[in-house]
Design a protein around this ligand. Structure first.
Ligand code: PLP
Length: 348
């Protein structure tokens, strides 16, 4: 090993779900929304002649639109390049304690990667046998807390009172609630941000808004938290948001009817699909997200995963302790789920 390698920051990177290059597949492995952005967004994409200019570093138009949509002031909103970027910025900004950052053992698998990358001490708190978080587990000394609600990859949502208990019992640290899937049936912690200055709520356009390709995420919280986030952002890269994201993101927020319509379709399909697969010997926790976390009473998850892939149906398998007999199945269109259901019927 060359000596310079001693001074390299070595990390084990996060591994995103596969984006297969082959055509004609059914893609249920990375929680995208199958319906695509609204026509108004696509029409607006034709008007991007201003690309020669630098974008507004403050992304003011998008920030103002998001703030208005949620009934907030613009200084309570921070935007970034997907919520992954927003979350990474938040880890860098808020988790600088010597005490441990707490998050569940079964959760979004980027949290431990960022903790390692930024040298943040952390502890993964086991969820119970039904994959549920226990609020009391987080009433211990810590350097910060983060969890998704609904949780991923389980889809389980906790009520607002549960989130408030955790925030209330941890007012000396920042608590981040990652609401990537909240639009599919979760209860948002947004009403608490005026009451608790230590709460940051993070959202994304990638799932419910069907715009994963554009990379837009945002955080909402007390104006002081947002200022600290912006200070770090401007010390790192002022032009994080590109111009198409600012323009098209705004357009997506304005077309609320289309948004609500596609989200309702996904929820309908989820509930129908859940009922159907339960008849086949599958079970899964109640989901408030756009995916189901399924397990079968006799067939192994890995076997189903591989067989599905042979049939050009992609779902997500995590080769990790506690969850390696489960599959995370994104809810596609009704037609896609019918094909997957037929496949499962034959397999079972
Ligand atoms: C998908 C996801 C994200 C990241 O979404 P972006 O595409 O980066 O906005 C963050 N948290 C959770 C829990 C997710 O599932």
């Amino acid at each position: 090993m060359a000596l310079w390698e001693n001074n390299v920051r070595k990390v084990v990177p996060y591994v995103p779900g596969e984006q297969p290059k082959v055509k004609d597949i059914i893609k249920l492995n990375t929680n995208e929304n199958p319906y695509g952005p609204s026509k108004k967004v696509l029409d607006k994409a034709m008007e991007l002649e201003r690309l020669k200019l630098y974008p507004d570093p403050a992304a003011t138009d998008l920030v103002d639109t998001i703030a208005k949509y949620h009934g907030l002031k613009s200084n309570q909103v921070f935007v970034g390049v997907g919520s992954d970027n927003v979350l990474a910025m938040a880890f860098m900004t808020f988790f600088n304690s010597d005490k441990k950052l707490l998050f569940p053992d079964i959760t979004y698998s980027f949290y431990d990667v960022w903790a390692e990358l930024f040298g943040i001490p952390y502890e993964q708190i086991p969820v119970d046998q039904d994959f549920k978080l226990r609020a009391e587990d987080y009433y211990v000394e810590n350097g910060g807390i983060i969890f998704p609600n609904p949780n991923a990859p389980t889809g389980i949502a906790e009520p607002l009172s549960f989130v408030e208990d955790i925030v209330k019992n941890n007012q000396d640290v920042i608590v981040i609630v990652d609401e990537a899937y909240v639009d599919f049936g979760g209860e948002t912690a947004l009403p608490l941000i005026d009451k608790y200055d230590n709460l940051l709520v993070v959202r994304t356009f990638s799932k419910s808004r069907s715009m994963a390709g554009l990379r837009i995420g945002y955080a909402m919280g007390n104006e002081k938290l947002i200022k600290y986030l912006n200070d770090v952002k401007y010390s790192y890269n002022s032009y994080t948001m590109n111009m198409p994201s600012i323009i098209l993101g705004k357009e997506s927020i304005l077309d609320d009817e289309y948004f609500k319509d596609t989200v309702a379709k996904v929820i309908d399909t989820r509930e129908w699909f859940k009922e159907e697969i339960e008849k086949l010997g599958f079970s899964c926790p109640p989901s408030a997200a756009n995916f189901l976390f399924i397990t079968h009473n006799s067939l192994e998850a890995k076997y189903i995963f591989e067989k599905a892939k042979e049939n050009k149906i992609f779902v997500r398998f995590f080769d990790k302790p506690r969850i390696n007999n489960h599959l995370r199945v994104t809810i596609g269109t009704r037609e896609e789920m019918e094909v997957f259901l037929e496949f499962l019927k034959k397999l079972v």
